[in-house]
Design a protein around this ligand. Structure first.
Ligand code: FAD
Length: 525
């Protein structure tokens, strides 16, 4: 039931509410909290959806879900929480987190998607202003269809909110060139944990700007972002190259992201897959389309249980001659060490390419695996340990696959501004994104019959092995449950800075309680 906000109780009355609980349909003891707040938006006490996320591994209902109309509404909710000793506030984007990061156990959830998500392209074409709750898919469609422009850096899947990905990093195959999405915003409007609505940029309130980007929602709620644009191409040549040897795969991937032979693809990703005919984990998963040949006789006899696929894309426009695009592609892939005869190509529109995962989503929904739990694990692993990681994790623990993509592609540290809050491996220019995107299938491919609990345990085993072997790695989209020590180790030498930022912008630890980094009564340590 949606309860519109009444104005008849003075807002300071909240101080006399030591215990909050929700025992009635209309919010019970919580309802009086909102009286006098003068929100323009609404409060919803049917919070079942707000207590779940894409991971489906945890559930934790908030007391109420606020649908703000403006940044001022967000500020009012934060100020309200600050007057209570225990209330916390979680901004919720599209709730596509895996481990409850956007949850607010017995707190207040703010539904950012309901906020004004106007998408305003600057007349100069250099940037677009969008609401923090806008979906990247909406941003893409509006910018391309109305202006022929597009952001430079994406995620693979676009049903994620701008605020949600900017709070983490936002990586995909363009990040080697433009950095993650956090490197492609020039200004933010943020509501801090102090309830201040502030505009920030590298030159204005800069500490807040750098804190919030990659800040896991700990310092402020992003209500508007200014995103850099560039002309959108019409078309994409989409290429997959299969490798039998890990060393060939990484050498080529690193060569391409480091500048190649001068010319450069617009997108470089890769993944590992199983050397078998299993429809989910094996050869068929590397095919771009049904016409993409996969003849295992082309594989070198030395190929092990796992193969690798480099995924590349080159942008071009309708007025470019096909033969010129062909030549450019040949020049760039000619010297690469993939298994000749194991190359697939497709031509798709730029928008179609960026919405490629949506097609997979539709299929997964039809198969019933989209809404089942997802025990996903994402890591950044330093180049110095990626071969060892491959030997221990891909070729051994995961040699039968995971029931979904096993992403593996290099990124460049120099494209990540260390003033931002994202945490990267300690050493070296190149590190790898490893994404274990597990799905729970109703049938079990050969050798892969894990329950969701076993998948979670296997993820933990992988993280433990990385620690035991001394790999230089960090969790991406991190989660450590209640383990404060886990967070301290995660941030490493950035822990002091992270705490100082918390003390400045959210000293009462009101924001993003689902991460469990800070509790309301935290003290710097
Ligand atoms: P939510 O899950 O709702 O929130 C995530 C965190 O951000 C929470 O802590 C929340 O409190 C905080 N938050 C949300 N909105 C705001 C805001 N406006 N201001 C401040 N904090 C906020 N990531 C990549 O980098 N690349 C990918 O290619 C990629 N693909 C994905 C594909 C799928 C199918 C899924 C499920 C996830 C993928 N992700 C990817 C991960 C995704 O970027 C993160 O999980 C992201 O946080 C999800 O965005 P969301 O809008 O659903 O955020």
């Amino acid at each position: 039931m949606i309860a519109y906000i009444d104005r008849f109780v003075h807002e300071n009355d909240v101080e006399s509410m030591p215990e909050l609980d929700r025992d009635e349909e209309d919010g019970g003891g919580v309802l009086p909290l909102f009286k006098g707040l003068e929100l323009q938006g609404t409060v919803d006490f049917d919070t079942a959806a707000a207590g779940k996320d894409f991971g489906g591994l945890q559930s934790s209902e908030p007391l109420a879900m606020i649908r703000p109309a403006s940044a001022d509404d967000v500020a009012r909710v934060i100020k309200l929480a600050s007057r209570s000793p225990q209330l916390a506030v979680a901004a919720q984007g599209n709730r596509h987190s895996i481990n409850g990061q956007a949850m607010a156990h017995r707190g207040l959830a703010i539904d950012m998607k309901s906020m004004d998500s106007r998408i305003q392209v600057d007349p100069s074409g250099s940037h677009v202003d969008v609401g923090g709750g806008a979906l990247w898919e909406e941003v893409l469609k509006r910018c391309v269809s109305d202006h022929g422009l597009a952001p430079r850096s994406w995620t693979d899947y676009l049903d994620l909110t701008v605020g949600g990905t900017l709070s983490n990093a936002g990586v995909s195959g363009q990040a080697f060139r433009y950095g993650p999405q956090t490197e492609n915003v020039t200004e933010l409007e943020v509501v801090t944990g102090n309830g201040d609505v502030l505009v920030c940029s590298p030159n204005q309130n800069s500490e807040l700007f750098f804190s919030v980007l990659g800040g896991l929602g700990q310092f402020g709620i992003i209500t508007r972002a200014r995103i850099l644009l560039q002309p959108a191409p019409d078309m994409v040549r989409w290429i997959r190259l299969v490798y039998g040897e890990f060393s060939d795969f990484t050498a080529d991937a690193e060569f391409l992201v480091s500048g190649g032979a001068g010319d450069s693809f617009d997108y470089v990703e890769g993944f590992a897959f199983v050397n078998s005919d299993d429809p989910v984990n094996g050869w068929p998963s590397a095919r771009l389309h049904t016409g993409h040949p996969f003849d295992p006789t082309h594989m070198p006899p030395s190929a092990g249980p796992v193969l690798y696929c480099l995924e590349l894309a080159l942008h071009y426009n309708n007025h470019h001659r096909r033969s010129a695009v062909d030549k450019r592609v040949e020049r760039m892939v000619g010297g690469l060490r993939y298994c000749k005869g194991m190359r697939g190509e497709a031509e798709v529109s730029y928008v179609e390419f960026l919405l490629r995962v949506k097609r997979a989503e539709e299929e997964a929904k039809a198969n019933g695996i989209w809404d089942a739990p997802h025990a996903w694990l994402n890591l950044f692993v330093s180049k110095s340990h990626i071969a060892h990681f491959d030997a221990v994790v891909f070729k051994n623990i995961l040699k039968h696959g995971i029931g979904g993509p096993m992403l593996l592609y290099p990124l460049l540290r120099s494209k990540w501004d260390s003033r931002k809050s994202v945490v990267l491996p300690a050493e070296g220019e190149i590190f790898y994104l490893v994404g274990l995107l597990r799905f729970s299938f109703p049938y079990h491919p050969k050798g892969l019959n894990l329950s969701v609990d076993e998948m979670v345990a296997q993820n933990e085993e992988i993280v433990e092995i990385c620690k035991r072997k001394g790999f230089d790695f960090k969790l991406y989209l991190p989660h450590y449950g209640d383990r404060k020590e886990g967070w301290r180790q995660h941030f490493g030498n950035q822990w002091t800075r992270f705490q100082q930022r918390k003390a400045s912008f959210d000293p009462r630890a009101i924001l993003a309680p689902g991460l469990k980094i800070f509790s309301r009564n935290w003290q710097p340590s």
